[in-house]
Ligand binder design. Structure first.
Ligand code: FO1
Length: 309
């Protein structure tokens, strides 16, 4: 089977690495990246979309490779100036990064949809692959925590360094959201739908929860393959393992595969893990830990090859 059109769903750093690998193999007309926007928030009057930014900066070759987010070698003069005013600037906005949020906010205030704004920003950075927010509507991932009650995502993730104990997750305003025309068109023509190794509960669940999204994906009789972000009972990066334990899941790739249920027809777990078995699904294992840039391309190639077979 010759795969033409691939759609990959991603959140933050882990999933973006796979999207970057795919983007180095597939031409722009054959790959669309659909991105979680549940992490988006207003900060000092600016609209910040961290996962869209991470995808943009990674595909544009601008990303800070140590953090996996933000712009490489960015300065922090604005944060220092905020401190001079007695502020506690807990969210690390770099000076160059700020330009993204200024322009995005201006375009949103002028009435453009987030999909249009993202298309404008990506194209100005020379990115040719379509990068689409999961929806144009504002949706907020909210975490109910033992220590602080309900927190907005970035407060939980960055301000409190994902240390609070999570009791439950709620997606504020999800009922008013809908799949954008661009995302719908991409999914309708997809020959395969991939779910990157992003956090299933924090990054992928918001995408799947957009009204109409899961039904649209389920209606596509094409390979639908997720990659596990859990390797040997640990998260490759971030709070996935801690969160799974707090939500009473077994911390394993198997539990991730089971969580995705009918959404997926296939599952890729890491070759360091023991063999797993998911009913009625194709499973395979590869080296999924992407340390070097080349690892992204190698994994992307292996996954596409496996699906084609
Ligand atoms: N993550 C952090 O851990 N600390 C930060 O100060 C931080 C700032 C930041 C600024 C812009 C941006 O686009 C992303 C930023 N991130 C930061 C990453 C981001 O908050 C998370 O990685 C995602 O929301 C989780 O997917």
């Amino acid at each position: 089977m010759a795969l033409k059109n691939i759609v990959v769903l991603v959140g933050g750093v882990g999933g973006v690495k796979l999207a970057h690998g795919l983007a180095q193999i597939l031409p722009p007309e054959n790959l669309t990246v659909i991105v979680n926007t549940g992490d988006d928030f207003w900060h000092y009057g600016l609209r910040v979309c961290p996962d869209l930014d991470t995808v943009m900066y990674t595909l544009a070759g601008l990303v800070d490779k140590t953090n996996g987010w933000g712009i490489a070698d960015d300065s922090r003069a604005m944060l220092a100036a905020l401190r001079r005013y007695g502020e506690d600037p807990w969210f690390g906005l770099g000076d160059q990064d700020l330009a993204t949020h200024l322009l995005r906010t201006q375009m949103l205030h002028a009435g453009q949809r987030l999909s249009e704004v993202t298309a404008a920003l990506t194209s100005r950075l020379g990115i040719l692959h379509p990068v689409l927010p999961m929806t144009d509507a504002p949706v907020r991932t909210m975490l109910d925590t033992v220590e602080y009650g309900e927190l907005e995502f970035q407060t939980y993730f960055v301000r409190y360094r994902w240390q609070p104990t999570v009791k439950s997750i709620r997606l504020d305003c999800i009922e008013q959201a809908s799949v954008s025309p661009e995302a719908r068109a991409a999914l309708e023509r997809a020959d395969a739908i991939l779910i990157g190794p992003s956090n299933p509960w924090l990054s992928i669940a918001p995408i799947l929860a957009v009204p109409g999204m899961s039904q649209l994906i389920l209606s596509r009789n094409v390979p639908r393959v997720a990659v596990s972000p859990i390797v040997q009972g640990q998260a490759v990066k971030g709070p996935a393992a801690k969160l799974m334990a707090e939500l009473n899941y077994d911390v394993s790739a198997q539990a991730v595969g089971e969580y995705y249920g009918d959404i997926i027809t296939g599952f890729v777990y890491d070759e360091r893990d023991t063999a797993l078995n998911l009913n009625h699904k194709q499973v395979t294992s590869f080296d999924t830990i992407m340390i070097r840039d080349e690892d992204r391309v190698v994994l992307a190639r292996k996954i596409l090859h496996w699906i084609e077979e």
